[in-house]
Design a protein around this ligand. Structure first.
Ligand SMILES: Nc1nc2c(ncn2[C@@H]2O[C@H](COP(=O)(O)OP(=O)(O)OP(=O)(O)O)[C@@H](O)[C@H]2O)c(=O)[nH]1
Length: 395
């Protein structure tokens, strides 16, 4: 299993630039974990501080790569195409769009913060980026509401027989969103509603759909084009608006990330993705050098281009995932060390991790060790981000 981060956004916001920059990586040949012929799916990487230096060894990653103690762990990035203009006028979201959305564990909504593209992606002035955020949230809520209503229908038609509970029917109908009956029950009660759809009015259903959407489809806003004054002018207005408190914003310049990755590829600069600075290693024409200095100003001010930051915040904060290294204190006989680093759901236990590695390892689970502290940990122990865990099996 590997996580999928879905990239969404209306046309011309810089989604392609973001996607291309994030998936363009100088990865050693053969180190790609996913083979795909789907151009809308790419390999991106999230940074995790490597555990190897703590053991005074060098890691040998199976997938991704590691530079100066920073491990680049592969994750899937899906370009969710088709946030179509006019969708809000009743056409609704396209099928492919919904299929892609269904599969995405977390969304990064790329928003043009300059306000210079309208809802259709055409050039304009003074467009409020909040409209884009509302637009996508409303569309998602309508989609969820539709499914919620189908669940209510199902309940009313008595599909589950006499002993039916509304949360069971809703969970069944919403199985693609990975939410169970218990969690649905919690949401209903948290909204002060009864577990009886006959008592829900339209506003209640909308609130319920929205709450389930927020819980099951975490979303982060990549405030793009922040290298421009227009975008910077909008930043405060939008991010400090209390109506958007439920969202996390990351300032991004997809353009800067793409330029730095290009420079790296051409061998004219040294840039490690996500870093706050880079080194120019070639003599460049004046114009190009000046352009890079502008980018330098941006990355030093904003702590990076924001592309890596957006992906990592989406995965590790919005989704709450953790990265875990399977391993031992010492390299193997063949010199390999900490070859893997896996991204797991929040709350994963030592036993979950064993099953994640292999069914046989899960079935034969005897005990696990926290390699750092050398303490034995039980099957039910919840793991933390960056744990190094060794599992002992009966076979
Ligand atoms: N200033 C600035 N411009 C950017 C940035 N990212 C993208 N752009 C520009 O925005 C325009 C649209 O970028 P694309 O990446 O093609 O946008 P898109 O959202 O994929 O658009 P479609 O391909 O039309 O769906 C291009 O002119 C880019 O050069 C950025 O970070 N800063």
């Amino acid at each position: 299993m590997s996580y999928k981060i879905g990239l969404v956004g209306k046309p011309s916001v810089g989604k392609s630039t973001f996607f291309n920059a994030a998936t363009m990586n100088d990865v050693p040949e053969g180190a790609y974990p996913f083979t795909t012929i789907d151009p809308s799916m790419g390999e991106a990487y999230v940074r995790v501080d490597c555990a190897a230096p703590e053991f005074d060894h060098t890691c040998t990653p199976n997938h991704g790569y590691c530079t100066d103690g920073v491990r680049f762990v592969p994750t899937k990035l899906v370009d969710v195409a088709g946030l179509v203009p006019g969708a809000h006028e009743g056409k609704g979201l396209g099928n492919q769009f919904l299929t892609d959305l269904n599969e995405a564990d977390v969304l990064v909504h790329v928003v043009d913060f300059t306000g210079e593209t309208d809802l259709e992606g055409e050039p304009t002035e003074d467009h409020d980026p909040r409209e884009d955020i509302d637009f996508l949230e409303d569309e998602l809520d309508m989609w969820y509401l539709d499914i919620l209503e189908k669940g209510i229908e199902r309940y009313r038609s008595g599909y589950h027989g006499e002993d039916k509970a509304i949360e069971d029917d809703l969970a069944e109908q919403m199985s693609a969103f990975k939410i169970n009956a218990d969690e649905i029950k919690q949401v209903v009660l948290a909204l002060d509603l009864e577990l009886d759809p006959d008592t829900w009015d339209d506003a209640d259903k909308e609130a319920l759909a929205r709450e389930i959407r927020i819980r099951t489809k975490p979303m982060l806003i990549a405030a793009n084009k922040m290298d421009t004054e227009a975008a910077q002018d909008n930043w405060e207005t939008v991010t400090e608006d209390p109506a958007y408190e439920h969202l996390t914003f990351v300032p991004v310049s997809a353009h800067a990330e793409k330029a730095l990755k290009n420079g790296n590829e051409q061998g004219v600069l040294d840039y490690r993705p996500g870093d706050e600075d880079f080194e120019v290693t070639a003599d460049l024409p004046e114009e190009k050098a000046a352009g890079l200095e502008q980018i330098r100003e941006f990355v030093t001010d904003f702590g990076g281009t924001g592309v890596q930051q957006a992906l990592e915040t989406a995965l590790f904060e919005e989704l709450g995932a953790i990265a875990v290294f399977p391993g031992a204190r010492k390299p193997q006989e063949d010199g390999t060390f900490l070859q893997d680093c896996f991204v797991l759901p929040d709350g994963s236990t030592a036993e979950d991790f064993a099953y994640f590695l292999h069914t046989d390892i899960g079935d034969g689970f005897l005990h696990a060790h926290d390699v750092r502290t050398e303490r034995q940990i039980g099957a039910d122990t919840e793991l933390d981000h960056r744990d190094v865990v060794e599992i002992t099996t009966t076979n």
